[in-house]
Design a protein around this ligand. Structure first.
Ligand SMILES: *[C@@H]1O[C@H](CO)[C@@H](O)[C@H](O)[C@H]1NC(C)=O
Ligand SMILES: *[C@@H]1O[C@H](CO)[C@@H](O)[C@H](O)[C@H]1NC(C)=O
Ligand SMILES: *[C@@H]1O[C@H](CO)[C@@H](O)[C@H](O)[C@H]1NC(C)=O
Ligand SMILES: *[C@@H]1O[C@H](CO)[C@@H](O)[C@H](O)[C@H]1NC(C)=O
Ligand SMILES: *[C@@H]1O[C@H](CO)[C@@H](O)[C@H](O)[C@H]1NC(C)=O
Ligand SMILES: *[C@@H]1O[C@H](CO)[C@@H](O)[C@H](O)[C@H]1NC(C)=O
Ligand SMILES: *[C@@H]1O[C@H](CO)[C@@H](O)[C@H](O)[C@H]1NC(C)=O
Ligand SMILES: *[C@@H]1O[C@H](CO)[C@@H](O)[C@H](O)[C@H]1NC(C)=O
Ligand SMILES: *[C@@H]1O[C@H](CO)[C@@H](O)[C@H](O)[C@H]1NC(C)=O
Ligand SMILES: *[C@@H]1O[C@H](CO)[C@@H](O)[C@H](O)[C@H]1NC(C)=O
Ligand SMILES: *[C@@H]1O[C@H](CO)[C@@H](O)[C@H](O)[C@H]1NC(C)=O
Ligand SMILES: *[C@@H]1O[C@H](CO)[C@@H](O)[C@H](O)[C@H]1NC(C)=O
Length: 806
């Protein structure tokens, strides 16, 4: 009878749906009603109704709801104090993870659900303290409150004696850990990673009661005494202790009692180096050892004893000399990360290295010299960027049939890009050979089914044409061919790549028209960064050139974590990088850059021989933040539609033959930090507004007809005075060009910037004129590595790669 009623109710809920949900059949009507009420408390428009009700389970005999699992991202809104959820007293399993509730705090109503055995509230956006009512949840075996904004002292869990899993990581809990925690009879997983917990913990001498196997205490402020306690927790298998608040170096022998230890993370601690030599006593069971940023200066010989080791992370230390050859003989070693040290070479014969079992190898940011060694056979990831490797890319690379990431950028490699790389096209996702001295033509690397997403061969000496086979790499997102000697016509055919986001051909010998007679719009479907500057492109662009660029409809994307041509796994993240050379763009630690790659757009056509009008359709590219059309032969008026690109931060139209007025509408572009229309044939008044008057005069010079701020003289100067002023200008220009010669040996872009600065300061002195404060930081040219934070940090600490390579 009950079943029939509930089935009827169900039908009324799903009046329009043809799917009947299995999980609900055994539920009591009042329970279904409560569930429907609960759903209606939220905006659940993003919610798949079928999934929602499928996540429900009722008891076959009594019909009460015992399990509720919300699909992620289902509900939006506030979880109220009196929510119908807290009437479901019989719940034993409740998982609301990944539903971002906007409630300020965790409602105390959870304390009513005292039959709960599993409660998962990770990624739910809750803030404030955990209410004391949680002590009521005495049946809990799993409690997951991780990845929220919870504060206050350690939550009241001491009485939850059935707990086996407790996850509080990525919150803001502070104070000490209650000592009873470590001896809770069933607790085996304790994850407190990244909080503000401090102090030390005492455990009774008879710690045999502890069942802890997994303990993540890293990124807190625990004191050194905690080590004493931990050494008694002999059941531990996984231990993370990064960033302890401890003044003396840690002696690794303290862990000798942890005979079952599999994983140890001591990152960001000061270690006693002598305890890392081969006589030390650390658990031989270790498979995974992370010693990141431990200030090590010598290779830890203790590794020699760890025959079970699979993963070693020594990145961001200061180790010099050779990587010892015995490392490659560890039988199970698969992942080696020695990123950012000062290693100079690999010890021993090439064979030892080649025959090792290593699959993920990061040698980047060291001082390796000489020829590049034959990589190990089963290698999947080979990162060796920013070293001084010389010689050819070894052909043996091609026989590594699992090779997925090949990053040899910023070395001194010569010779051709091996043609045989196409042998590994079934696995290759990233090829980055930027800033070497490679020559020859770009080989065919793609056949049908190739996976390549990133191809960066910028700053080499490549010649010849682009292989049409690139079209077979239909996953390509990032193609950077800048600063080579490639000589080809514009590759219109690349439009067929459905996912191409970045294309830079800057500084090559490309030539010919940028628009074909019958072609109309260029319409790259997803292009966001498009740079063809400093080539020999010609012709004019039709007015509809920028119509149908899908990227134009892009919206500001809050989530930077949507990667592009990237690759990542738990041990390695590859992110695409690009040199952005637009004046006036505000950069902060690669953050903006990351969002540029995902949601903004930039276009640089400068330094070509393009002519005719600037296409009016440029105004459709709403996501543009930088546009550089300088140094061409564009004629006609500045398109009014530019005023529609409201995100624009940098606009350079200088050195063309543009005539007419500067459109008044440009004065309303509120993000514009840099504009130059210098050396055209513009006339009339410069639009007034803070963005314009804050620019240097040099941004407007070379246009005889322009007047108004920031140029000297008002727009209503009596005509008789005009010639005199021009004389003065001329004298000035002579002085300036003399200064320009003096500083002329500065590298190209820097030159432009320095010159502009000289002009600005010169005029400042001469006329005592106040130039508006530059509220945007000018970083130009910029090279930012969008990489792991650690990579970024270390990059900041070392010298800029570009500078050192110059
Ligand atoms: C909802 O999810 C079910 C199964 O999980 C699926 O079959 C159905 O297509 C989804 N409905 C919508 C509208 O996404
Ligand atoms: C309840 O019903 C489901 C299927 O309808 C079944 O798999 C399960 O074993 C039943 N449980 C009990 C306790 O009868
Ligand atoms: C809760 O649900 C999420 C997905 O929504 C899942 O990843 C997680 O494992 C679940 N937690 C538990 C304890 O079942
Ligand atoms: C919860 O309380 C608010 C007022 O504070 C009331 O409007 C709402 O109907 C109540 N909801 C339930 C489910 O009782
Ligand atoms: C949750 O929502 C709030 C407010 O809408 C937002 O600020 C926050 O970034 C969101 N958090 C997540 C993880 O989505
Ligand atoms: C704890 O559970 C009892 C029922 O066992 C209930 O009466 C009480 O209100 C709950 N306390 C809190 C704070 O929710
Ligand atoms: C734990 O339970 C004991 C007795 O059962 C009680 O005295 C104590 O107050 C409880 N502790 C907390 C933090 O609720
Ligand atoms: C633990 O044992 C040590 C000696 O082994 C003793 O000094 C200490 O007082 C004991 N601590 C407790 C809490 O019993
Ligand atoms: C690659 O492997 C093939 C056989 O699998 C072998 O004949 C060839 O010599 C190898 N090439 C290199 C460069 O190692
Ligand atoms: C790279 O090679 C060039 C010439 O072959 C040399 O001038 C330069 O010093 C080398 N750079 C490094 C870092 O070894
Ligand atoms: C550009 O092309 C013209 C002929 O079309 C040629 O004379 C000139 O040298 C080229 N310039 C460059 C920099 O390649
Ligand atoms: C700017 O955009 C609006 C609507 O998006 C359009 O109506 C208008 O014509 C555009 N202005 C110019 C000058 O293109």
């Amino acid at each position: 009878m009950k079943t029939i009623i509930s089935a009827l109710l169900l039908l009324s809920i799903f009046a329009s749906s043809s799917t009947l949900v299995v999980g609900l059949v055994s539920c009591r009507p009042d329970q279904i009603q409560a569930l429907t009420h609960f759903k209606n408390e939220f905006d659940s428009s993003d919610c798949n109704q079928t999934d929602y009700f499928n996540g429900v389970q009722c008891d076959n005999l009594t019909g009460v709801i015992t399990k509720l699992q919300l699909p992620s991202g289902c509900f939006h809104g506030t979880l109220k104090l009196n929510s119908s959820l807290f009437g479901l007293h019989h719940l034993r399993y409740l998982n609301l993870s990944y539903n971002n509730f906007t409630s300020p705090s965790l409602p105390s109503g959870f304390g009513n659900l005292n039959k709960l055995e599993v409660l998962s509230l990770s990624y739910t956006g809750f803030t404030c303290q955990v209410p004391s009512s949680f002590t009521n949840l005495s049946q809990l075996s799993i409690l997951d409150l991780s990845h929220n904004e919870l504060t206050g002292s350690f939550p009241p869990v001491q009485n939850l004696t059935k707990l086996s899993i407790l996850k509080l990581s990525y919150n803001h809990f502070s104070g000490a850990i209650p000592s009873s925690l470590l001896t809770m009879p069933f607790l085996s997983i304790l994850d407190l990673y990244q909080n503000n917990l401090a102090g030390s913990i005492e455990v009774p001498n008879s710690s045999t009661l502890s069942r802890l196997e997994f303990m993540y205490l890293g990124l807190n402020h625990f004191e050194g005494q905690i080590l004493e306690t931990i050494s008694k927790l002999t059941t531990l298998k996984y231990l993370s202790l990064s960033f302890l608040n401890i003044s003396y170096p840690i002696d690794l022998n303290i862990f000798s009692s942890l005979k079952s230890l599999v994983m140890l993370d001591l990152s960001d601690n000061n270690l006693l180096e002598s305890s890392l030599d081969s006589h030390s006593n650390i658990p031989l069971s270790l498979e995974d050892l992370v010693l990141l940023r431990c200030g090590l200066i010598e290779f830890p010989n203790i590794l020699k004893n760890l025959q079970k080791l699979e993963h070693i992370d020594l990145s961001n230390n200061k180790i010099t000399g050779k990587v010892p050859k015995w490392l490659w003989n560890l039988p199970l070693l698969r992942k080696v990360n020695i990123f950012n040290n000062s290693f100079a070479s690999l010890e021993g014969s090439e064979e030892a290295f080649e025959n090792s079992s290593v699959r993920y190898l990061d040698l980047a940011f060291n001082s390796f010299k000489g020829p590049f060694p034959k990589p190990p056979l089963p290698i999947i990831l080979l990162s060796a960027w920013n070293n001084s490797f010389t010689g050819n890319i070894p052909l043996a690379t091609c026989n590594r049939t699992s090779l997925t990431v090949l990053d040899l950028s910023y070395n001194n490699l010569t010779g051709p890009i091996p043609r045989c790389l196409s042998n590994v096209q079934e696995s290759l996702v990233v090829v980055n050979l930027r800033k070497n001295n490679l020559e020859g033509s770009l080989p065919d690397m793609c056949y049908e089914g190739a996976l390549l997403r990133t191809l960066d061969v910028g700053y080499n000496q490549l010649t010849g044409k682009l292989p049409k086979s690139l079209l077979n790499c239909s996953s390509l997102k990032f193609v950077s061919l800048d600063h080579n000697r490639l000589g080809d016509t514009f590759p219109f055919w690349l439009k067929a790549l459905p996912d191409l986001r970045v294309l830079t051909l800057r500084s090559n010998k490309f030539y010919g028209p940028m628009s074909l007679p019958d072609q109309g719009p260029l319409a790259f479907p997803k292009l966001r960064i498009f740079e063809i500057s400093d080539n020999n492109f010609t012709g004019s662009l039709p007015p509809n050139y920028f119509v149908n660029w899908e990227a134009t409809s892009l919206q500001r994307n809050e989530d930077w974590r949507i990667y592009m041509g990237d690759y990542n796994n738990p041990y390695y993240v590859y992110e695409d990088t690009i040199d952005l050379q637009y004046k006036g763009i505000f950069m902060e630690q690669g953050k903006l850059l990351r969002s540029i790659l995902t949601s903004y757009a930039t276009i640089d056509f400068s330094g070509n021989k393009l002519e005719g009008q600037i296409p009016e359709s440029i105004g459709l590219l709403k996501a543009l933040i930088a546009l550089n059309l300088s140094n061409n032969a564009f004629t006609g008026h500045i398109p009014l539609s530019l005023a529609n690109i409201t995100e624009l931060e940098s606009l350079d139209l200088s050195r063309n033959q543009l005539s007419g007025n500067i459109p008044k509408g440009l004065g309303s572009l509120s993000f514009l930090a840099y504009i130059s229309v210098a050396h055209n044939q513009l006339k009339g008044e410069i639009p007034q507004g803070p963005q314009f008057s804050g620019q240097a005069e040099s941004s407007f010079e070379g246009n005889v007809g322009l007047c108004g701020l920031p140029l000297q003289g008002s727009c209503f100067v009596p005509p008789t005075q005009q010639p005199k002023e021009e004389d003065e200008e001329e004298e000035e220009d002579q002085v300036l060009s003399w200064k320009a010669v003096v500083i002329g040996y500065w590298p190209g872009l820097l030159f432009g910037l320095v010159l502009a600065h000289v002009i600005a300061s010169y005029k400042l002195e001469w006329f005592g004129k106040i130039v508006g404060p530059d509220k945007y930081k000018q970083v130009d040219p910029v090279r930012l590595f969008m990489t792991l934070d650690s990579r970024w940090d270390s990059f900041n600490n070392k010298n800029n790669v570009e500078q050192t390579k110059k």
